[in-house]
Design a protein around this ligand. Structure first.
Ligand code: MLT
Length: 392
């Protein structure tokens, strides 16, 4: 008789955003007349930009020509995209990352979930609480021991460095769900500690395009990070690729543990289990970095940040305690009247017909908090803020 992976039985029944989608689906089925406003999952709503669309069209046409057709993509991604990324996301920031240290993928979520496979199951894993659930769930599936790192109002939602330092540590800044950013000096301390202890930091930079203040866009801005950190990037939140799928991971060649290159291990894993992001999507990714592409993406990000300001100011003015929303598309707020996160979710859904994400879904320290996303339209965001204010 086959044995199932018992670790899966330790997971909550469904993935947080699937649970929310089911609840909202049940509500809308019962109340088909209600206009439900969704500020829950961080899914963009603005269409792809003209430069991206034109690159997609061009690449589709190439695929229909015998001399331009492309089959399997190279394991690590096409050189045209990796070189563009290295130049724009790293060289331009004085980060010494080469194109062949970049692995193109179908998105940061998959990379964040899969990267743990190159590490032994005995490693301890430091995970923020609250946290984007993928880091936690993927390591629970692998049966690893989790060390929770509390992120609270008291520590400004930036965890203390645990002692002992866990073998693997996930950090995400700008943070999902709290919207917090980290200063370079603080991040440098994590890098130094990881290098002392031989740990590896898995740094999720999916929201770096939202940074407005003087904060770190990449962990490789810190000294010694190439020796201890892997970084994840996404094209979803800045360029709206949530439906196209594109991201990348940086695994520096200098990152070596037990005399083994983690770059080689990830290349082996990537080559074996992954067939590459489609050619047309990689061409679209390249277009994001063109002059027009960059301008369009900047205005997309500005648009969502106007929503963030609207939510932040509107709720603050109504007496809510709010965090985030300055360098991040997420607003983290304290639920009114000590309501539990899920009670507030139900209350908002049924009275205001507004969907958010319960803080406790991101971990025990998220209890009593609630996350709103800035990825809607201006109209829906303004209406959601009005309804929330009216229903508290
Ligand atoms: C979120 O809402 O936390 C994100 O959209 C989830 C994701 O990017 O996978």
């Amino acid at each position: 008789m086959v044995k199932v992976n018992q670790n899966y039985l330790k997971l909550s029944k469904s993935y947080l955003f699937s649970t929310i989608a089911q609840k909202v689906g049940a509500y809308t089925k019962e109340h088909p007349d209600k206009q439900v406003l969704r500020l829950g999952i961080g899914d963009v709503t603005k269409p792809l930009t003209p430069t991206v669309i034109s690159a997609l069209h061009q690449a589709v046409d190439e695929m229909g020509q015998a001399d331009r057709f492309r089959g399997y993509a190279p394991d690590l991604g096409y050189a045209f995209l990796r070189e563009t990324i290295a130049k724009n996301d790293f060289a331009a920031r004085d980060c010494d990352i080469e194109a062949d240290e970049i692995f193109v993928s179908d998105g940061a979520k998959s990379d964040c979930g899969n990267m743990q496979e190159i590490f032994d199951e005995e490693n301890t894993v430091g995970i923020c609480d609250p946290v984007y659930p993928v880091y936690m769930d993927s390591n629970v599936m692998a049966g690893r021991k989790i060390v929770l790192m509390p992120c609270t109002e008291e520590n400004g939602f930036i965890p203390e460095i645990p002692d002992p330092m866990p073998d693997i540590v996930y950090l995400c800044f700008p943070n999902n769900p709290t919207g917090t950013v980290i200063g370079k000096d603080k991040l440098q301390k994590w890098v130094d500690r990881a290098n002392e202890s031989g740990s590896v930091i898995l740094y999720d930079a999916a929201y770096e395009a939202y940074i407005r203040t003087d904060s770190v866009h990449s962990i490789y801005e810190c000294r010694g990070a190439k020796e201890c950190a892997i970084e994840f990037h996404s094209f979803s939140k800045n360029a709206g690729f949530t439906g196209l799928r594109l991201g990348y991971a940086v695994v520096p060649k200098a990152l070596v543990r037990e005399n083994v290159s983690l770059h080689s291990l990830w290349a082996r894993r990537h080559g074996t289990k992954y067939n590459g992001a489609p050619y047309i999507v990689q061409r679209a990714g390249e277009a994001v970095y063109s002059e027009t592409g960059r301008a369009e993406i900047a205005s997309l990000v500005d648009y969502y940040m106007e929503n963030a300001t609207m939510i932040r100011d509107g709720l603050k003015d109504a007496g809510f305690k709010v965090f985030g929303g300055v360098d991040a598309p997420y607003i983290w707020l304290k639920t009114p009247g000590q309501m539990s996160s899920w009670d507030f979710f139900d209350h908002l859904l049924t009275t205001a017909n507004v969907v958010g994400t319960p803080g406790s879904g991101f971990g025990a320290n998220g209890e009593g908090y609630f996350r709103l996303s800035a990825f809607g339209s201006h109209e829906n965001t303004a209406e959601a803020v009005r309804r929330i204010r009216e229903n508290i």
